[in-house]
Design a protein around this ligand. Structure first.
Ligand SMILES: *Cc1c(COP(=O)(O)O)cnc(C)c1O
Length: 462
């Protein structure tokens, strides 16, 4: 199995290379050249297996023998042992046929842990094998940074530098990052906003000479291994609900489209899925594209579901590649137009997408109403991201006999502001985190200057 670029120009890579590489050199994203298949019997044989064993079976073909089975099984088992629920991603039944897939039982209480607990360990494995070290740099306004730090804190061959805007992330989010005191973890508070932090990370990737040859690695959702890890919970939850004998539908709170693209891969592997419902907040490019064929950028809106605040949905390119029949030149041309001006998809690819995907956009006022309504109906307190999913699922549900699985992407305690706005007194952190606000913190405040940040990285990497 090789990995190819969605723009058709970059060289094909092995699994190891694709884990260590972010974006393809032609500006595209890597996808597997062929899609491994899960047969009816393969799926039936997963009934009753542990999450880690299902994860091993789903991901093993993508790893392509580049890690021996025993070592890969150990990596997977250790990654998911960090979750506080024995089922790793438990299903919670809300009504006769609507389920929440709780993806927030990992170390930082959001679904990004599922991918980053695995990615850190994969990177460490390959670097050790090569006798190399690497530096990770990332900018965060919240969820990704803490999940990346938790995923890498035990990785001897990695040093991780996460930039966040000084005094502009919530206390819980900041402390989830800054209370990790491992020797290889460096939190930098930038005297600027998120865009300043992001721009410095981008500039560092564009010109890596300041690192004198040390590899710089990205852990954002363009990394294929993150998508791969997320395929697993679609398979595991569908099997728990009766696959391969029964179809399911999924509703996914979406931003950069990494999560729902993983679901699409599960479908392509042979999982019987009736449809995917894409939920967005007011930053609704995915909904506008699918519903009105309006593929255009609009100004960023700050919402109550901040981890879904995006202008461009980076992983949507992977789905476009499939919708355009894997024509890399057509995808490159479309995205070039999109960068310059509002555009639209061609008729045939759009029709193909509409057969499988529905979408719904949920504004802030509705998010608050949904948190109250869902509590009234089910006794559950939803986080604001999950609330967009709950609403979209109720609105876009197809066949009533097909189970609808809404992905719960964060624990409500992590986004207590919205929960309080909805009229609840707040949500306590889970027991293993209830001392978070007392833990020692460590971070360095730096000016929003590229040279200062790069010097800090050079001085502190081990
Ligand atoms: C990152 C994130 C999302 C969006 O996921 P994508 O893969 O970017 O579509 C939704 N909810 C929460 C809580 C997140 O952290």
């Amino acid at each position: 199995m090789r990995y190819i670029s969605t723009r058709g120009q970059a060289p094909a890579l092995s699994f190891e290379e694709v884990v260590l590489t972010g974006m393809a050199s032609d500006g595209g994203l890597y996808v597997p050249e062929t899609v491994p298949q899960l047969s009816h019997d393969d799926l039936a044989a997963m009934a009753g297996l542990s999450y880690a064993e299902i994860a091993f079976r789903v991901m093993q073909p993508y790893v392509n023998g580049e890690i021996d089975d025993e070592t890969f099984r150990t990596i997977v088992t250790e990654a998911y042992a960090t979750f506080s629920h024995d089922a790793v991603v438990p299903l919670n039944q809300l009504d006769a046929n609507h389920f929440l897939l709780e993806l927030f039982h990992g170390p930082t209480l959001a679904f990004k842990d599922v991918a980053l607990q695995l990615l850190g360990r994969l990177l460490d494995h390959f670097l050790k094998k090569r006798g190399e070290r690497a530096v990770i740099m990332g900018a965060t306004s919240g969820d990704t940074g803490s999940a990346a730090i938790e995923g890498c804190r035990h990785c001897d061959n990695l040093d991780i530098f996460i930039l966040h805007p000084y005094q502009r992330v919530s206390e819980v989010q900041r402390r989830q990052m800054t209370s990790v005191l491992a020797d290889n973890v460096f939190n930098v508070a930038i005297e600027g906003n998120f865009d300043d932090a992001q721009a410095m990370v981008k500039a560092s990737f564009a010109d890596q000479s300041f690192l004198n040859g040390t590899r710089l690695v990205a852990v954002n959702s363009i990394n294929w291994a993150r998508i791969m890890a997320q395929i697993v919970y679609y398979v595991a939850s569908a099997v728990a609900l009766g696959a391969p004998h029964r179809k399911v539908s999924f509703c996914v709170p979406s931003a950069n489209f990494g999560n729902v693209f993983a679901g699409y891969m599960a479908y392509r592997m042979g999982l019987p899925v009736e449809r995917f419902v894409i939920a967005t907040n007011a930053n609704d490019i995915l909904h506008r594209t699918l519903a009105a064929n309006d593929f255009s950028k609009q100004e960023l809106k700050a919402t109550l579901a901040p981890s879904m605040d995006i202008v461009v949905s980076s992983n949507f390119e992977r789905l476009l590649f499939e919708a355009y029949g894997r024509d890399g030149a057509a995808v490159a041309a479309l995205l070039e137009r999109f960068q310059a001006e509002p555009t639209a998809l061609a008729d045939a690819p759009l029709a193909r997408l509409r057969e499988l995907f529905a979408s719904h956009s949920v504004d802030d006022a509705t998010i608050l109403g949904v948190i109250r309504e869902a509590h009234h109906r089910t006794q559950e307190i939803l986080d604001p991201h999950t609330a967009t999913g709950y609403r979209a699922a109720e609105r876009e549900r197809g066949e009533a006999s097909v189970p609808m699985v809404t992905l719960a992407t964060a624990h409500p305690a992590k986004f207590a502001e919205a929960v309080v706005k909805a009229g609840f007194p707040g949500v306590p952190l889970p027991p293993h985190m209830d001392d978070l606000l007392e833990r020692e913190e460590r971070y360095t405040v730096l000016p929003a200057e590229l040279s200062a940040v790069q010097q800090f990285v050079v001085d502190n990497r081990r």
